[in-house]
Design a protein around this ligand. Structure first.
Ligand SMILES: Cc1cc2nc3c(=O)[nH]c(=O)nc-3n(C[C@H](O)[C@H](O)[C@H](O)COP(=O)(O)O)c2cc1C
Length: 223
């Protein structure tokens, strides 16, 4: 069992989303000391899909077999991190109303036909086992109230794409207005951390239940 912690802010020190992600990871670890696998997408961005990746991921001979093609090595590694995680914590900034490009590249490596979802005539069916996902977003602007001036395409998109691969339990939390005065940000962050503490309690219950009742998730390595 492990916790997969994915971060995508280009900023390290001073990143609001990373601070909130760390808060949730630390709360969880104080209750259950699980190993944490860190996937920093800003530090090591996944590649964009290239021609050989597209061919391998769509070819009937390679698409369903783990690590069969060299073009799928990165994809298989990132999928294995998801498969081995009992809970996933993602923190990222909003970039232009949606996910940062590095996180979109991660999605393109992980969401693969006949590997993590099956296309059928009645829609896509997720092939991964359910596990809870926490989605933490930091945004410079606001989405509600009189000063709100932008849509949020990030939350519905990420929720839907995780559902596509079988992960339907996504809890999201948005820290709004990071571009505003420090007092505003401090208050919003304190509220966000209080919400994260509640999320931690729910995740703990799920993880403790997995620890006590079920067999550990399938251990696989592609290194
Ligand atoms: C390229 C870029 C695009 C951004 N687009 C948005 C946006 O659409 N909406 C918004 O509220 N903030 C936007 N921001 C502001 C960031 O979301 C905000 O600064 C956030 O706090 C950054 O996350 P971090 O503090 O974890 O680094 C953008 C910032 C950058 C650099």
């Amino acid at each position: 069992m492990s916790i997969l912690h994915i971060s995508a802010s280009p900023q390290q020190a001073g990143s609001h989303s990373r601070e909130l992600g760390r808060h949730l990871v630390e709360r969880l670890k104080s209750a259950i000391d699980l190993p944490v696998v860190v996937r920093d997408l800003a530090e090591t961005p996944p590649p964009f899909p290239c021609a050989s990746f597209v061919q391998a991921s769509l070819s009937a001979s390679t698409r369903s077999f783990a690590n069969k093609s060299d073009a799928l090595t990165v994809s298989e590694h990132l999928i294995a991190e998801v498969e081995q995680a009992s809970a996933i914590i993602i923190d990222m900034p909003m970039h232009n109303f949606t996910v940062p490009a590095a996180f979109k590249a991660w999605i393109d490596m992980v969401v693969r036909p006949e590997r993590t979802f099956r296309p059928t005539s009645s829609g896509k069916i997720g092939l991964l086992e359910e596990r809870p996902v926490a989605l933490i977003i930091a945004c410079g602007g606001l989405f509600s109230g009189g000063a709100a001036s932008q849509p949020d395409f990030l939350t519905p998109y990420v929720t839907r794409i995780f559902q596509t691969i079988g992960l339907g339990d996504v809890t999201s939390i948005r820290l709004e207005g990071t571009a505003r005065a420090p007092e505003f940000v401090a208050k919003a962050k304190a509220q966000a951390k209080a919400e994260l503490d509640k999320i931690a309690i729910r995740f703990e219950t799920i993880l403790l239940s997995e620890l006590s009742h079920s067999a550990p998730r399938h251990e696989r390595s592609f290194d």
